[in-house]
Design a protein around this ligand. Structure first.
Ligand code: ATP
Length: 228
């Protein structure tokens, strides 16, 4: 059974329509890559799932209709977001950033710092003083602390140094293998996405134009829709 379903979803910024017909499904434990060129609606789709934007169509999470819910209720149902640009609480310590997000489950300050030992070392440091890579680790750790059923990573490795990127990809691979959590992931590296994702969904001008197993992504398709 599908964990998250979007059918015929439209969404708006004020009177400006950004999504026209988004269709997407994620099964429990599945990793789905959300792809598309710049400005095609990936972040808008993420905001729509997290109920940060007015939308129409079907948005279901398990047995719940997400459409009428405010964002905090969507989060409580088990959607953990790592937003574009990370957005940690800069003036709070690493530890406070983590505990502020905590909800009951297997992910605790102990288990997330096992996953990211550097966060354990910097526990009492304020988030603003962390490197970009460490802030991304904190953003992922904070989302895990909510013990989500679905983790959404918007630009998982954007702007990070190559070594840190590798570290983040390793962690995502580990989450896939060990946690059984569903993951929706956006990133510029098609190569890494193709390695880690089970399926891909491609957006073009706010519409789903392709959806299938990541292994079926031919060079024709990536050229046509992703410009590579
Ligand atoms: P990128 O890879 O550049 O982040 P994206 O695929 O995530 O691109 P979105 O950010 O979802 O694309 O943008 C989809 C469309 O919505 C674009 O036409 C964009 O200009 C528009 N848009 C995004 N944010 C806003 C906003 N706050 N107000 C109005 N229009 C917006």
């Amino acid at each position: 059974m599908s964990l998250l379903t979007l059918e015929g979803v439209t969404a708006f910024y004020g009177s400006s329509q950004a999504l026209f017909d988004v269709n997407l499904e994620i099964g429990a434990g599945e990793v789905v890559a959300l792809m598309g060129r710049n400005g095609m609606g990936k972040t808008t789709t993420v905001k729509t799932i997290c109920r940060l934007l007015p939308a129409k169509g079907v948005i279901r999470f398990g047995d719940h209709d997400l459409l009428p819910l405010p964002s905090y209720r969507a989060a409580r149902l088990g959607i953990g977001l790592v937003p574009e640009g990370r957005r940690c609480f800069g003036n709070l310590s690493v530890e406070k950033n983590l505990t502020a997000a905590a909800r009951p489950g297997d992910w605790t300050a102990g288990t997330v710092t096992e996953l990211f030992p550097r966060l354990g070392e910097r526990r009492s440091q304020i988030a603003a003083s962390l490197s970009g890579g460490e802030q991304q680790m904190l953003a992922i750790a904070r989302a895990l602390m909510t013990n989500p059923k679905l983790l959404i990573l918007d630009e998982a490795t954007e702007g990070l140094a190559p070594l840190v990127r590798q570290e983040i990809w390793k962690v995502i691979a580990r989450l896939k293998q060990e946690s059984g959590m569903a993951i929706l992931i956006i990133d510029k590296s098609i190569r890494e996405l193709s390695r880690i994702a089970d399926r891909a969904v491609i957006l073009q001008r706010g519409e789903t134009v392709w959806n299938g197993p990541v292994n079926d992504l031919t060079s024709d398709l990536t050229e046509r829709y992703l410009g590579v």
